[in-house]
Design a protein around this ligand. Structure first.
Ligand SMILES: [Ca+2]
Ligand SMILES: [Ca+2]
Ligand SMILES: [Zn+2]
Length: 330
C-alpha cells in the first residue's frame, strides 16, 4: 500500500499546490484556558478558579478538590487541578491542529484578553479563550456558556466554564467524588464550550447511543469528537453534522466570526448563545451520594431497611438528602 501511494505522488504535476493547503500551513490555532477570568467591558467580574480552593484554607476541604491528596485543599491543589484539566482537555483535542495554552491560575495577567487581541490582529491566528472560574450569579446551575458559531465558521471569542458552579454542584451531590471525576467534568465542559465556538451543536435529543462531546448524556470518559454524522442543533435549524469533520474544517482557516470588541455575552446575538446546565443530580441507589446518617433506633421497620448495615446498637444509612424528609425521628 505504501509503495502504491508514493508511486501516485511521483506522477503528479510537481506544482499542483492548492491555496487552501498553503494557508493551512501558516495558520495557528490556540485554545487558551484562562483560570482567572479577565475583566471585560460588559461582563460581571468573576472569581478565579484558585479562589474555589482557597476558601477552604485552614480546614479540610472536599475530597474532589484535594488534588495532591494531602488532606487539605489549598492553592497547591488549584495549580495541580489546572494542570490536570489542561492535560485532559488536550486529550479531547489530540490529533487536531490546535495548541492548548493554560495560565493565570494564581494571578491575573490578562492571559485570555491578550490572546484574543493577538488573534484579532493576526489573520492566520485563530484564538479561542475559555475562562475557567466563577459562576453565573443569576443562573447557578449553568456550567458553561458559549456563542455557537454558524456552520463553517469559528467564533474568535471567549466562553465560560463556570468552575465555581461545578464546585458547588459537587459539594451538594457528590462530595466524596474523586479529584479525577471533577477534573473530567471540568475538562468535558471546556471541550464542549470550545466545540460551540467552532460551530458544533448539541446532539438532537441527547440519546445515550451517540458518544459525542456535544451530547449531555455521555460521561466524560466516553465523550469524544466522533467521526460520525448525526442530527445536531445548528441554531436556526436541525442539520447533519460530523463533529470531527467540522473541527478539522474549523481549524483550516475557515472564516472566523469576530465578535470582539462590540459584544459581551450579555449583549451579543442572543440566538447564538448556548447555556449548558449542570447534569441531573445522581439519584440511583447504587451510587449513594449526599449524606451518611447515623442514628440509634430500636427497630428496623422503615423503607430503607434493605440498605441498612446493622450493628449492635445503631445503623448506617447512605442516602441522598431529598430522601431524608420525615425519616429522622431519633
Ligand atoms: Ca491538597
Ligand atoms: Ca486572566
Ligand atoms: Zn452546549
Amino acid at each position: 500500500m505504501i509503495g502504491q501511494r508514493s508511486r501516485q505522488r511521483r506522477v503528479r504535476p510537481a506544482l499542483r499546490v492548492e491555496p487552501l493547503e498553503a494557508r493551512q500551513l501558516l495558520s495557528r490555532n490556540v485554545l487558551v484556558l484562562d483560570f482567572t477570568p479577565d475583566r471585560l467591558p460588559g461582563e460581571t467580574p468573576l472569581r478565579g478558579f484558585a479562589r474555589e480552593f482557597e476558601r477552604f484554607a485552614g480546614e479540610n476541604g472536599p475530597r474532589f478538590l484535594d488534588f495532591n491528596g494531602d488532606g487539605v485543599v489549598d492553592t497547591r491543589d488549584a495549580r495541580r487541578a489546572a494542570a490536570a484539566i489542561k492535560r485532559r482537555v488536550a486529550r479531547y483535542f489530540k490529533g487536531y491542529d490546535i495548541e492548548i495554552v493554560a495560565g493565570d491560575v494564581t494571578a491575573n495577567r490578562g492571559l485570555g484578553r491578550r490572546w484574543l487581541a493577538r488573534g484579532e490582529s493576526q489573520k492566520d491566528l485563530y484564538v479561542m479563550v475559555l475562562y475557567v472560574g466563577g459562576r453565573d450569579r443569576w443562573q447557578p446551575d449553568v456550567w458553561g456558556v458559549a456563542y455557537q458559531a454558524p456552520v463553517g465558521s469559528n467564533n474568535e471569542y471567549y466562553a465560560y466554564a463556570y468552575a465555581g458552579s461545578m464546585v458547588r454542584w459537587f459539594q451538594q451531590f457528590a462530595p466524596s467524588a474523586s479529584p479525577t471525576l471533577f477534573r473530567d467534568e471540568a475538562a468535558l465542559t471546556i471541550a464542549h464550550e470550545a466545540g460551540h465556538l467552532m460551530g458544533l451543536g448539541h446532539v438532537k435529543d441527547h440519546p445515550p447511543t451517540i458518544p459525542s462531546v456535544m451530547n449531555y448524556s455521555i460521561p466524560p470518559n466516553r465523550a469524544r469528537f466522533i467521526d460520525q454524522a448525526y442530527t445536531a442543533d445548528l441554531i436556526w435549524r436541525w442539520g447533519q453534522q460530523n463533529p470531527h469533520r467540522e473541527i478539522i474544517r474549523s481549524l483550516r482557516g475557515q472564516p472566523a466570526t469576530h465578535l470582539l470588541p462590540t459584544y459581551s455575552l450579555r449583549e451579543g446575538p442572543a440566538e447564538n448563545l448556548v447555556l449548558d446546565r449542570a447534569p441531573q443530580p445522581p439519584t440511583d441507589a447504587a451510587r449513594p451520594l449526599g449524606a451518611t446518617v447515623r442514628a440509634v433506633v430500636s427497630e428496623l421497620t422503615n423503607s430503607h431497611a434493605p440498605r441498612q448495615r446493622r450493628t449492635t446498637v445503631d445503623w448506617l444509612l447512605e442516602t441522598s438528602l431529598d430522601e431524608l424528609t420525615g425519616t429522622i425521628a431519633a
